[in-house]
Write a protein that binds this ligand. Structure first.
Ligand SMILES: [Zn+2]
Ligand SMILES: [Zn+2]
Length: 859
């Protein structure tokens, strides 16, 4: 139980940790063998070490980049924003080798990837793994919140500090010190301060940290001639001197000191990682005492006392780094190399996740209607992206200051000493759309015809382009009789391209992978706003990839409601980031709290999380949005009576469905704990209003068979044209086994979005994990008479395209990340499938590699 929240305990843990390390070095203590080992490890000359920018969020600008501090035997990562795990998979950085994660602040921007990371590590190997997490004292709020869905064992190594200067790591390889920065609202007038400059009290999440990483000095060479001249005989005393201890001369009556026989030692490199998030922190940064030894004072005689800093990595945003006060502070480091790693617009067009960008681009070439151009290509291309980034022009620093803009995987080499300095060899080549298309055409020449064929099909047949008459005419000539099987549902009559679009932002299960992010479905209602169904880690980043940087912000601002199916991490760990982004975007403009509808355990998490940062939301339990609950609400709204009956009804429903004795049962259903349904009535009134404004008639949750408090959802649009045309109906299964409630809810659905975690041959696996197979999902849709079925939530075993049997897919499509299905194109959706098979013809293989091992993870 090493986790601690108070300073006192934290300190003792920290000191204990350091002491243990120190004991290994103590020559009077411990077995000789260990000592030998330590001495050998001590020799830093043979070590390879560097700091490297991990560019998570550099292209999407939604999350802080991370910094890797690499040693042969130890790895440290600073910050763990959303997408870090996916980034590491893409760039082959082994998560299992990371020993320590440091947070420069505690908020969704810097720590959004932590929950998913901890769960993945906990599922690794036989025993599971854990990692040391360090951060300012606000870390305790995050840890408390994560306890609602992460096993405590995965977080026992979370430790926080609240002293102004704290040393978490001090061993033979590196010393890492943390310097706390507290904002000064009282002294600095900051426009971005939420409640104005009158605020004095620190809020959680306000403290940021400067990390100082110091490598040990390299001792000078031992000179045997000098030793002999001072009367020493070769032997153990030579070694003592090399270890830094003075010894008695053998032949003379003098003490011999290390400096007498050793050449000049070379100081170890020093790297600073600086996060100064607001101008309010800047004053503290400029005056904090702990940094004084690291400034260079060329003219003063105290020069020898100064520690020379080799590299400063700035995570601070441009709004801070552009100020003259910040630049003055930067110039105090003399000749240090400055790396500006805050968000830079020039990085927006360089996709960090090249593999998924490549697939998105290929899909877009084949079928732009269902796979619109990704956000990073749709911007006007900057013709002259400089290969070598120079100092941003806004810097007016002395010429001795070396300043460059960070790029993904840029390194600053620390050891060996001869290579000290920048290393660009790891920076990936820029991926361009034309190059990806060129490769595709040379690999699959038939794709050119296929693409043209699809364009003709879709242009002739989109309802919005001329309606169902062309559909009929074309059918006669294409000899594909299956299209006749399902007549166009009346709800699609006269539909426009501005009615509704389903954007599959994440289509993988369990953990984010190279090609598929975790679950999130964006229901785009265009001028009427939008709704998110589930919100896995990286949902904001995926929105940015789909709509572009600004488009995604507009989408976030337009959110009417977020609905979460169940408490598994692959469905909601992106929620805090989205809510925080919305809060910041709407700051200063009048707006409503965003309604989050979700399982009860999610409320526990959000309540705890909001002690760290306010998410500007209100919570409605899914169980108050079941059909029975809603009926009860409607009738009580009419009769103005208490609605306790609905809870009875609802609970009965739940208890039939959820397995007894489940581990999580006690969290949500304590015997006799009263559920106050009437307290939900104001929220249900809000929901009703929101739906009306969005042109929707209903949002109904229904219980499914997966884990306690797991739900599916029905979204129904209001009738159109004076009620002559019925509204469309979307059903999303959440994670589930096929069950009668799902079939019942899906009756007559226009689109059923159904999970299909496993291929048909894996029924047993599907039963064991409470998921569905492809065929089971299709059967649910068929028996419910759904017009179209979209399969999603694929096991990460299927890296690019899942295994499926085409013969049963006449009304079905499989989902890909970023696939966007406009209601107007719905009739043609299944016809695209054979072409997708062509695109992936060489890649329909199962990936059994270790990094997609999901054995122990809850999905
Ligand atoms: Zn899942
Ligand atoms: Zn699940």
């Amino acid at each position: 139980m090493e986790e601690s929240s108070s300073t006192a305990t934290t300190e003792s843990v920290g000191l204990g940790f350091n002491k243990r390390r120190a004991e290994g070095k103590d020559k009077n203590d411990g077995p000789k063998k260990n000592l030998q080992l330590k001495v050998r490890k001590l020799n830093p000359v043979n070590t390879i070490s560097y700091v490297q920018i991990l560019g998570t969020g550099m292209d999407t600008q939604d999350t802080a980049p991370s910094v890797l501090l690499f040693f042969d035997k130890q790895r440290f990562i600073f910050n763990a924003g959303e997408g870090l795990q996916r980034f590491c998979t893409e760039h082959k950085i082994k998560l299992s080798k990371i020993d320590h994660i440091f947070l420069s602040r505690v908020c969704s921007e810097t720590a959004g990837g932590l929950p998913g990371l901890l769960l993945t590590l906990a599922a690794m190997g036989d025993e599971g793994m854990s990692v040391n997490i360090w951060g300012p004292s606000d870390l305790k709020y995050l840890v408390n919140a994560m306890k609602s869905f992460i096993p405590n064992a995965a977080m026992v190594h979370a430790r926080s500090f609240s002293d102004d200067l704290f040393v978490p790591i001090d061993d033979e390889v590196v010393k890492i010190s943390a310097v706390l920065l507290r904002p000064r609202y009282s002294k600095v007038c900051d426009d971005t301060t939420k409640e104005g400059s009158s605020e004095f009290a620190l809020k959680p999440g306000d403290v940021s940290v400067v990390y100082i990483c110091e490598l040990p000095e390299i001792k000078g060479k031992f000179d045997p001639k000098k030793a002999a001249a001072l009367g020493l005989r070769p032997g153990p005393k030579y070694r003592e001197l090399q270890l830094g201890n003075s010894v008695q001369s053998d032949r003379q009556d003098i003490m011999v000191h290390p400096s007498d026989v050793l050449g000049p030692s070379v100081p170890g490199p020093i790297v600073l990682i600086v996060d100064c998030p607001t101008v309010s922190h800047l004053h503290e940064l400029s005056f904090v005492h702990s940094l004084t030894p690291y400034y260079s004072y060329p003219s003063e005689h105290s020069k020898e006392m100064c520690k020379k800093v080799d590299c400063v990595i700035h995570l601070s945003p441009a709004s801070v780094t552009r100020t003259s006060e910040y630049q003055q502070w930067m110039s105090r480091f003399g000749e240090a190399q400055h790396v500006m790693a805050g968000h830079q617009p020039k990085n927006v067009e360089i996709p960090i996740l090249k593999s998924s960008a490549r697939i998105a681009t290929r899909l877009n070439y084949l079928c732009p209607q269902f796979f619109p151009s990704p956000g990073f290509w749709s911007l006007p291309q900057l013709k002259s992206l400089p290969l070598v980034s120079k100092a941003p022009s806004e810097f007016s620093l002395p010429s001795s200051c070396e300043v460059i803009t960070a790029e993904n995987l840029l390194k600053f080499c620390l050891r060996p000493l001869a290579q000290l300095g920048l290393d660009r060899s790891g920076i990936p080549e820029i991926t361009s759309r034309p190059k990806i298309i060129e490769d595709l055409i040379s690999e699959i020449p038939e794709i050119v015809d296929a693409s043209e064929h699809i364009t003709q099909l879709l242009h002739g047949n989109s309802i919005a382009n001329g309606g169902s008459t062309t559909l009929q005419a074309n059918n006669a000539t294409t000899e594909e009789p299956w299209l006749h099987e399902t007549a166009l549902p009346s709800c699609l009559e006269g539909i426009t391209r501005e009615d509704m679009e389903i954007v599959l932002l994440g289509t993988g299960s369990s953990q984010p992978s190279k090609y598929r992010n975790v679950t999130s479905i964006f229901i785009n209602l265009f001028s009427k706003g939008s709704i998110l169904l589930d919100c896995g880690e990286g949902t904001l980043g995926q929105l940015k990839r789909r709509f572009g940087i600004e488009g995604a912000d507009e989408a976030v601002k337009g959110l009417r409601c977020i609905w979460i199916s169940h408490i598994h991490a692959d469905h909601h760990t992106g929620l805090a980031r989205i809510l925080a982004r919305r809060r910041d975007l709407l700051n200063g403009t009048p707006h409503e709290l965003l309604l989050v509808v979700g399982p009860r355990q999610l409320k526990t998490y959000l309540d705890a999380y909001q002690k760290l940062e306010d998410l500007d939301m209100q919570f409605l339990d899914c169980r108050h949005t079941t059909e029975a609950s809603l009926k009860n609400f409607e009738s009580s709204e009419n009769k103005d009576v208490n609605g306790s009956g609905c809870v009875q009804n609802d609970q009965k429903n739940d208890s039939n469905l959820f397995a007894k004795g489940s581990r999580m049962e006690s969290h949500w259903k304590r015997p006799g704990s009263p559920v106050d349904a009437s307290s939900a009535f104001p929220l249900l009134t809000t929901l009703k209003k929101i739906l009306k404004e969005a042109g929707l008639e209903a949002l109904i949750s229904f219980p499914v068979v997966h884990c306690p408090q797991a739900y599916g959802v029905v979204l129904k649009a209001a009738d159109r044209n004076g009620k002559k045309i019925p509204g469309w109906k979307i059903v999303y299964s959440g994670d589930t086994r096929p069950c009668p409630e799902l079939v019942e809810a899906s009756r007559g659905a226009t689109v059923l979005i159904h999970e299909a975690t496993f291929e048909d041959g894996m029924v047993e696996e599907a039963i064991a994990r409470n998921h569905s197979t492809t065929q089971e999902a299709i059967e649910v849709g068929d028996s419910a008479g759904a017009y179209r079925i979209i399969l999603t939530h694929f096991s990460q075993r299927y890296p690019k395209i899942p295994v499926f049997d085409e013969t049963h897919m006449h009304k079905t499509s499989i989902a890909f990340d970023m696939m966007s299905v406009n209601l107007a194109d719905l009739p043609m959706l299944p016809r695209v499938l054979p072409y997708l098979k062509l695109l992936f013809r060489d890649e329909m293989i199962v990936d059994e590699s270790e990094d997609v091992n999901v054995a122990a993870a809850a999905i």
